[in-house]
Write a protein that binds this ligand. Structure first.
Ligand SMILES: Nc1ncnc2c1ncn2[C@@H]1O[C@H](COP(=O)(O)OP(=O)(O)OP(=O)(O)O)[C@@H](O)[C@H]1O
Ligand SMILES: [Mg+2]
Length: 347
């Protein structure tokens, strides 16, 4: 039965009236004085009075207050408004109960998310200071050595100045990357879309990175798409940045003895799918979901040796998402890695 003031008052009034009648009948049994009609009338009066008192009390002290709570929760959370409308006929306690549970879950989710963000921010700040600390301490060391007679020492002064410059450049690279990510996150960076041939851009990038690939015993292969150009509509400068990072990663973390880096294109209705694959060290399965995180590196020391900050893929993801496209990765340790992303076809 629904818990609403009418039903509860009715039930209680019936019980009270029956109890009253029972008591009167018992008295009647003892004294043989009470007649039938006064018994019925008395019980009816008892029923009506009890009903009114109980109904009034419930309505005034419980139901109205519950409804206020119910409406407040309804306003705070994003609850189904149908539930609020049907509250007159339904069991208001049940609805309030259900809403409180839903509200609790929703609040818990928000708390979890805030906690995760706070943790992420803490980790991020820790990473930034850690990444900057290394070049700063290096610079401090070089400068101190130079000040401490090193400047006059022809055998080391140039070397230390060059090392200082390298550390300064690394700091600049980190700050510039961070600035770029911040701009993407605040939606400040606008895309400059144009129609261009992706195949041609890839050839350009392969030329640009050819020497680095050779130094790492790797070759870059662009899979032919027979008879076709790969015309896309995107921000060419940004896509160039994406491809340079993916190919650069494929060189750095690719096979160092016989590296093969392949760039291929697939025609997918409205989009082209672009894949950059290598036959290198691969990424452990547990790290795959994290590779697009800022500063994430599967092997910190190896990556730092190669000059990486771990911001490249975070920027790549931002660029692809700003194009409202997606990027994914699949990889097998010791076999290789493939990054795939989509781009809108030019009409
Ligand atoms: N092709 C790949 N094979 C294996 N691991 C990879 C590959 N690409 C990326 N990774 C892993 O993902 C991490 C993040 O890559 P990302 O490009 O963001 O950083 P990075 O190359 O180390 O530095 P940056 O790009 O800022 O110079 C790398 O440090 C590496 O551990
Ligand atoms: Mg990189």
């Amino acid at each position: 039965m629904n818990f609403n003031p009418k039903n509860v008052a009715f039930l209680n009034a019936v019980i009270i009236a029956l109890a009253f009648a029972a008591v009167l009948t018992a008295i009647d049994g003892i004294f043989y004085k009470i007649m039938l009609w006064p018994l019925i009338l008395g019980s009816l009066t008892m029923f009506v009075v009890s009903y009114l008192i109980i109904h009034f009390s419930l309505q005034k002290f419980i139901y109205q207050r519950l409804k206020i709570i119910y409406k407040t929760i309804g306003k705070v959370g994003s609850f189904d408004t149908k539930k609020q409308k049907s509250s007159k006929t339904e069991d208001v306690l049940d609805i309030v109960n259900q809403m409180v549970l839903e509200w609790r879950d929703e609040q818990q989710k928000k708390i979890d998310e805030l906690q995760k963000n706070a943790e992420y921010r803490r980790e991020f700040l820790g990473n930034v200071s850690h990444e900057l600390k290394t070049p700063i301490f290096n610079i401090q060391g070089y400068v101190l050595t130079l000040l401490d007679q090193g400047l006059k020492d022809e055998t080391i002064n140039m070397k230390f100045l060059q090392k200082t410059e390298k550390s300064v450049n690394r700091m600049i690279a980190i700050v510039e990357d961070l600035e770029e990510i911040a701009k993407f996150e605040s939606g400040e960076l606008k895309l400059n879309e144009e129609v261009f041939d992706l195949h041609e851009l890839c050839r350009d990038i392969a030329d640009f990175l050819e020497i680095k690939a050779e130094q790492n015993n790797s070759k870059i292969i662009i899979k032919e798409t027979p008879g076709k150009t790969v015309k896309v509509k995107a921000d060419k400068k940004r896509i160039r940045q994406v491809l340079i990072n993916l190919v650069d990663n494929a060189i750095k973390y690719g096979n160092q003895i016989n590296g093969v880096i392949e760039i291929s294109f697939y025609d997918f209705h409205d989009n082209y799918l672009v894949e950059v694959s290598d036959n290198g060290i691969g990424i452990p399965e547990s790290s795959i979901p994290r590779v697009f995180e800022r500063f994430f590196r599967t092997d910190k020391s190896r990556s730092r040796d190669k000059g990486g900050t771990g911001l490249g893929l975070a920027i790549v993801k931002h660029i692809i998402e700003a194009h409202r496209q997606s990027i994914s990765v699949r990889s097998q340790v010791s076999k290789g890695t493939t990054f795939s992303f989509t781009l809108k076809k030019a009409k």
